[in-house]
Design a protein around this ligand. Structure first.
Ligand code: SAM
Length: 259
C-alpha cells in the first residue's frame, strides 16, 4: 500500500535540488539536433498547487522554492520552467519532474513515465494531457527493464522513489546496474534523501563501486520543520553529461548562499 503523496512536499529544498539539475541536463541535451528518450520510474502527479491545504500544512515550499528561487540566474532552465508553469497554471503552480521534462522536450523526443499509485497516476494523466507522454501505471523499474535500451538511444532516466519500502536502499543499485548493462549510453540519475539515520550510506557505497565514474552531488539545508529527519538531498548520476560537474558546483553555492 503506497501512502506517500508528493503534494505535501512539492517545492521543498530537495525538489529544488533535483529539479534544477533535471532542467539543466535536459536544456543541455536538447541543444543538439538529435532526438532523445526521457524515462521516469516514479513520476508523481506532474503538477502541484503550492496554495493547497496539503502544501500549506507542511510549509515545505516556503523553505524551498520560495527561499531559493531568486538565487538562480534569471535565465537558468529551472527558472524558465517555473515561469512557464506559472504562466500556464497560475502563480501558485509548481512543476513536478514529468512536467519539467515535457516542457523541455521537443517533438522528436520520447517521454515514458511510470506512476504506480492510482490516484497520482490519474492526476498525472490529466496534468500532462497536452503532451505526448507514454504513461503507465506500473512498477517503475519493471517499466525501465522493459523499454531499455530505449529508442532513441540517447537520453536520461530519472529515478526518484519515495523510499517508503526500506529494501529500496538495497535493491536500487541492483536495478541501476541491470539497466546500465542494457543501456550503456543512458544517463541514469538517482535522487536520495540524506537522513539523520544515514540510511542512504550503504546504497552509496554500492553505487560508487558499481559506477566509479558516477557523479555524486549533495546539498544540505536546515530542517523544513523542527524535528524533521531530512538533512539534505543527494543525486547520483551515471554517465554525467559534459558540464554537469561545473553546474553542480554552482548549485552548491546556491544552497550555501545566505542571500
Ligand atoms: N519525481 C516526482 C517529482 O519530482 O515531481 C516526485 C515523485 S515522488 C517522490 C515518488 C512517487 O513514486 C510517488 O508518487 C509514488 O506514488 C510513486 N511510486 C512509489 N512506488 C512506485 C513504484 N514501485 N513504481 C512507480 N511509482 C511508484
Amino acid at each position: 500500500m503506497l501512502s506517500y503523496q508528493h503534494h505535501y512536499h512539492a517545492g521543498n529544498p530537495a525538489d529544488v535540488h533535483k529539479h534544477a539539475v533535471l532542467a539543466w541536463v535536459l536544456a543541455y541535451l536538447t541543444q543538439k539536433d538529435k532526438p532523445l528518450s526521457y524515462i521516469e520510474t516514479h513520476a508523481g502527479r506532474g503538477l502541484y498547487d503550492l496554495g493547497d491545504v496539503a502544501a500549506l500544512k507542511t510549509g515545505e515550499a516556503a523553505q524551498g522554492v520560495a527561499r531559493l528561487e531568486a538565487r538562480f540566474a534569471a535565465d537558468h532552465p529551472y527558472r524558465q520552467r517555473l515561469n512557464e508553469t506559472r504562466a500556464a497554471h497560475g502563480a501558485q503552480a509548481y512543476p513536478g519532474s514529468p512536467l519539467i521534462a515535457a516542457q523541455s522536450l521537443r517533438g522528436i523526443d520520447t517521454l515514458h513515465l511510470a506512476e504506480l499509485h492510482p490516484g497520482e497516476n490519474a492526476h498525472l494523466r490529466a496534468n500532462l494531457a497536452g503532451y505526448p507522454a507514454k504513461i503507465r501505471q506500473q512498477d517503475g523499474f519493471e517499466m525501465a527493464q522493459e523499454i531499455c535500451p530505449p529508442m532513441p538511444r540517447r537520453g536520461l532516466l530519472l529515478v526518484d522513489p519515495s523510499y517508503e519500502v526500506k529494501t529500496e536502499y538495497e535493491s536500487i543499485p541492483r536495478h541501476l546496474t541491470q539497466i546500465a548493462r542494457k543501456w550503456n549510453v543512458g544517463i541514469l540519475m538517482l535522487w536520495y534523501p540524506i537522513l539523520t539515520s544515514g540510511a542512504h550510506a550503504g546504497m552509496l557505497t554500492h553505487l560508487a563501486a558499481a559506477f566509479p565514474e558516477g557523479l555524486r552531488h549533495e546539498v544540505r539545508f536546515p530542517p523544513v520543520r523542527a524535528g524533521h529527519r531530512m538533512l539534505g538531498s543527494g543525486l547520483f548520476v551515471v554517465n554525467p553529461p559534459y558540464g554537469l560537474r561545473e553546474e553542480t558546483a554552482r548549485l552548491s553555492e546556491v544552497f550555501a548562499s545566505r542571500r
